[in-house]
Write a protein that binds this ligand. Structure first.
Ligand code: HEM
Length: 330
């Protein structure tokens, strides 16, 4: 049911764009209004989330680390897993963001016959996630060619590398298929395993279907139902320069592609996808573990009004003396 709900939601969005792509009034909405609204929601939404996180108090130093701390002389120090300085924390964060280091340690727990719980290493999620994210990045960067003229050299080089094998006309890009393979794995992982299916919500399936829809319509436009790239580029440059015009003679598949991208952008700040920004503001990751070297005080601690023993003895002096208790001050 949850899978169907997510699939129907993406289907409805695609259907609206397909039908709208054939009516001039709706074309203006799909090509101009929807992308601008989506970008505004994305920028303001992400900005609000980041400001919200940045303003949240972090009264304690709570990095998640291994035990290999610098101050423990009997064990080898692990500067990247348990950084003792801000530079180390930056290094750890870089490894996390660029190589998904914590996901590399993903484990699978299985109950064997006889009730034995067995943990084993599971690298597939790490590999699938890397494939998806890096393919997405490459596809995203390659799209830059639509938005600027002349196309920067670095984008042309990236495009050349991506189509290195020169298969097909126009050439197939490795990352277009890497994107589909990565998304396919991430989806299959939720569908095949009964436990994962039980845990998955429409909010887990929806972004996967949305991204698959974007990738499949993109590949469709490049290899099967060609669109007029010159018109698309005019629209894209027009959007960037704030004088867009509705492109003439561009098929409805392009409107589906663009509308799904707009939906993705508008949905982004309210969804789990916002981990893209959140990972940098996570105090369990971005702090150095110097708890034993530096005394961290909670800034919210109320001022403590002390009551020393001397003051206490002063207060109960007579009663203590009457009871025959020893006194510091006679
Ligand atoms: C999240 C953003 C986007 C993703 C993930 C995405 C994905 C894709 C993919 C996978 C392809 C297949 C060919 C390739 O890999 O280059 C493609 C093609 C295409 N995309 Fe996108 N796209 C995005 C945004 C856009 C935007 C904003 C536009 C509008 C300017 C656009 C217009 C096109 C066009 C015209 C093609 C066909 C390219 C060709 O024939 O060479 N895409 N897209």
């Amino acid at each position: 049911m949850r899978i169907v709900l997510a699939l129907v939601a993406v289907g409805v969005l695609a259907g609206i764009a397909w039908a709208g792509g054939q009516s001039p009034a709706m074309q203006a909405f799909l090509a101009i209004v929807a992308p601008y609204v989506a970008i505004a929601v994305f920028v303001v939404g992400i900005g609000a989330r980041v400001i919200g996180w940045a303003r949240s108090a972090v009264p304690f130093r709570i990095p998640t680390t291994c035990g290999q701390e610098r101050s423990l002389s009997f064990i080898r120090f692990s500067p990247l897993d348990n950084p003792s300085s801000s530079l180390g924390a930056v290094g750890r964060m870089a490894l996390e963001v660029l190589t998904f280091r914590s996901l590399f340690r993903n484990t699978r727990a299985e109950l064997k016959p006889g009730g034995r719980l067995v943990y084993s290493s599971d690298k597939w999620l790490w590999a699938g996630a890397l494939l998806f994210h890096y393919s997405f990045l490459a596809v995203f960067l390659r799209h830059y060619r639509f938005f600027v003229e002349p196309v920067p050299k670095v984008i042309a080089v990236l495009q050349g590398l991506d189509g290195f094998f020169q298969v097909g006309v126009p050439v197939f890009f490795l990352t277009s298929f890497g994107l589909i393979a990565g998304l396919g794995y991430l989806l299959a992982r939720r569908l095949v395993d009964a436990r994962m299916r039980y845990l998955s919500l429409p909010a887990d399936y929806f972004p996967l279907f949305l991204l698959l829809g974007i990738a499949l319509t993109g590949i469709g436009m490049r290899h099967l139902w060609k669109v007029d790239i010159v018109r698309v580029k005019e629209l894209a440059i027009g959007l960037v320069n704030f004088h867009p015009a509705v492109p003439q003679g561009v098929g409805p598949l392009f409107y589906v592609h663009l509308f799904l991208v707009s939906a993705l952008l508008a949905y982004f700040p309210f969804s789990k996808l916002v981990h893209m920004a959140g990972v940098f503001l996570s105090p369990t990751r971005n702090l150095a573990n110097n708890n034993r070297a530096v005394r961290h005080l909670n800034p919210w601690n109320p001022p403590i009004v002390g009551h020393t023993y001397a003051e206490w003895e002063e207060e109960f002096h007579d009663k203590m003396k009457a009871a025959g208790l020893p006194l510091d001050r006679e």
